[in-house]
Design a protein around this ligand. Structure first.
Ligand SMILES: CC(C)(COP(=O)(O)OP(=O)(O)OC[C@H]1O[C@@H](n2cnc3c(N)ncnc32)[C@H](O)[C@@H]1OP(=O)(O)O)[C@@H](O)C(=O)NCCC(=O)NCCS
Length: 208
């Protein structure tokens, strides 16, 4: 079970800004938290080690490697956006601080929906970390006022990603034609999975 701290429930969010998305979640094995400038070397090393595994599916991986300065600017811009009520872009770390991937809560599907994305360092796949991340972030997302749906989208060719929402009991809602930049492994047909607040709270789903 995850432990979440939600700044909108008592933090310094401006009253006229959208509720901030969770930015610090602790699970049995993981810490999910916003990147800091100090993470740049470990984040860059994780991406460099994993770039061939990321490039088929993550459009941004085609632009790797980036310079340390550019990475720090990106971290700053993510944190600025989060403070304004935007997406929460988070690292996935082991309890000892090892960077093993990245994740995020995204608002692009509208105010009542949070979309979860994830990637793992190649050396840390096959251990359930992405599923643990998505489960914990789904719990956390439903702690945000006004969020009624959590979605996960992946390209239909990305079977490893598909298994995450399937394992958590999300429902496949249909295919979407993506508008984001392409990545080379994609069919360019995305599968959209969703769980509702009541399904998740009621345990009316069937974790596989
Ligand atoms: C998508 C991605 C994060 C999935 O990683 P993953 O390691 O397959 O997923 P998990 O961390 O949840 O691990 C699940 C696997 O670990 C196994 N496992 C081992 N211990 C486990 C545990 N304690 N709990 C759950 N699963 C466990 C599961 O059986 C499963 O293996 P299977 O898929 O062969 O059945 C990874 O492939 C990746 O980074 N891909 C590139 C980036 C990407 O595609 N991102 C998604 C874009 S939509």
């Amino acid at each position: 079970m995850s432990d979440t701290r939600h700044p909108a429930a008592g933090g310094d969010a401006r009253s006229d800004a959208p509720a901030r998305l969770p930015d610090h979640v602790v699970t049995d094995r993981l810490v999910l938290r916003r990147w800091t400038r100090n993470d740049e070397p470990a984040l860059s090393a994780a991406i460099t080690a994993s770039v061939e595994h990321l490039r088929p599916w993550m459009p941004w991986a085609g632009g790797e490697p980036v310079t340390p300065d550019d990475r720090v600017r990106w971290i700053d811009s993510c944190n600025h956006a989060w403070r304004e009520g935007g997406d929460a872009v988070l690292g996935i770390l082991l309890a000892d601080g090892t960077v093993i991937g990245g994740t995020g809560l995204h608002r692009r599907a509208g105010p009542d929906t949070v979309e979860i994305g994830y990637w793992l360092h190649i050396d840390h796949t096959g251990r359930g970390y992405a599923t643990e991340t998505a489960r914990a972030l789904t719990d956390a997302a439903f702690g945000v006022p006004g969020v009624d749906y959590v979605e996960i989208q992946h390209d239909r060719a990305n079977t490893a990603s598909r298994r995450v929402p399937d394992r958590l009991g999300f429902t496949m809602m249909g295919e979407r034609i993506p508008t984001d930049p392409p990545a080379p492994g994609e069919d360019r047909v995305h599968w959209a999975w969703r769980v509702t607040r009541s399904e998740w709270a009621g345990g009316g789903y069937s974790p596989r």
